[in-house]
Design a binder for this molecule. Sequence first.
Ligand code: HEC
Ligand code: HEC
Ligand code: HEC
Length: 434
Amino acid sequence: MLKRLLIAIVGIVLIGAIAVVGLSWHSAIAPIAPLAAASFSPQLVEQGAMLAGQGNCAACHTIKGGAQLAGGVPLATPFGTIYSTNITPDPATGIGSWSQAAFKRAMHEGVRQDGAHLFPAFPYTHFAMVNDADLTALYAWLMTRPAVVAPAKASTLPFPLDQRPLQAGWKLLYFDKAADSTNAAKSVDWNRGRYLAEGLAHCAACHTPRNALGAERKDDPYRGASIDGWFAPALTAANTTPLPWTETELFTFLRRGATTLHGSAVGPMSEVVHDGLALSSDADVHALAVYFADMNGSATRPETNAAASATALAGVMAKSATVAGQFNNHGATLYLSACASCHSNSDGKPNALRPELALNSALTEPDPANLIRVILHGVGRAEGMPDLMMPGFAQSLTDADVVELAGWLRGRTTSAPWQNLAASVAAIRKNSAP
Ligand code: HEC
Ligand code: HEC
Ligand code: HEC
């Protein structure tokens, strides 16, 4: 009901906006004959591969186990499912007939070769900041991939939201085509980090909450948001982990996929680290760390040192000490039997190979999704720390068990219980295949 109402409002607003702009119209850009792969220099193609990683093109354009960049990946939005398109150089069903100018317009303005608007599920609102040199390299990489025949799949967006001309209204409201500008008050690294984060790497697309029309809330950037059944935590001072995300912690997390003091990159974040940033230089990863460490103000928080981590752990130790007396507490019993063999840290020091749950954002963030997902499905070998895995408990724990366990773990680290835990566990078990 609410959803329908929302859709109706969306429709009205968009149509209203259209009326204001008067149909903003783009012309088609003439198709070109397929380009020979040999017309691009190997160096340019290599640079393009690195950039494609930073932009996570594969995460959205390649189906797991399917042909590279052939599209068809379903992206769930509150309004319906949108499918990514084929961006291989197939001239009929991919972008093989797109000139570089057509590609650049798509990335900078969200407009297709034929002049139609693209939906913002394609993060052109961020790609608009990518400079021409980087787009030239990306184009070279795309045009030298194997061509795959794969026609586009229709979205399940209801009328009138499926109407591409209406996107002009959305753009008028939410698309700020501001180009990259240097902030002279900040360091070179910070400016590089900003260019990557706000542009190609589109970190905000997952970490910034969205408004009712699906646009990122510019008034609340990086405040944390739900994405594909996961929760992307706040990257500002609002981050809830006990220890600050310093430049070093951020660098280690983004470079290796895990840190002793914060835990592992899992789910969609694991793809960002292990597939996305894998080919990036240390300098680029460092620049991202500089930018976000400045944003979260970690420099003004206590150092991530032995003393600070001991304080955080001591609180948990004190509570764990009473576990023995809690055998009538089902959550505590489950923790001792299913988790403590790996996540115990009885000497009060974080273990580099086992995330210390007291320090992990999964327990302290406002949304229990990440903890529930990890308990049910574990952590795969390719996620987090390479070659290390955690078993899933979907087969051995009932929904009621997971509710007790998650509730008990939450109680060890914060005094604000999660609301509606039972509904979250049931929904995640239903919607997330292992
Ligand atoms: C968050 C998901 C996501 C990411 C990341 C993403 N895309 Fe897309 N892309 C889409 C979707 C969805 C569409 C289809 C939009 C539509 O139909 O309006 C699309 C469409 C496109 C199109 C238009 C193709 C056509 O035939 O209309 C191009 C070009 C494109 N993407 C290139 C890229 C490149 C290059 C990257 C990496 C730098 C990238 N995309 C990363 C989701 C994504
Ligand atoms: C496709 C969605 C997506 C994108 C894009 C993305 N993230 Fe994430 N990120 C997540 C999710 C989901 C989590 C929570 C899972 C986890 O802890 O690994 C997360 C976790 C994190 C964390 C750990 C926070 C904590 O308190 O545990 C950091 C730091 C982070 N992301 C930084 C970034 C940066 C920097 C970028 C851009 C380079 C980025 N993310 C891009 C989805 C995303
Ligand atoms: C066999 C050892 C083992 C058991 C048992 C185990 N874990 Fe884990 N757990 C791990 C390892 C290893 C990782 C890190 C995996 C990686 O980074 O690749 C992990 C990661 C995690 C994470 C961190 C995810 C993140 O974002 O940093 C959470 C939360 C977690 N486990 C909770 C639990 C809970 C709750 C239980 C009990 C139901 C449990 N684990 C049982 C080994 C285990």
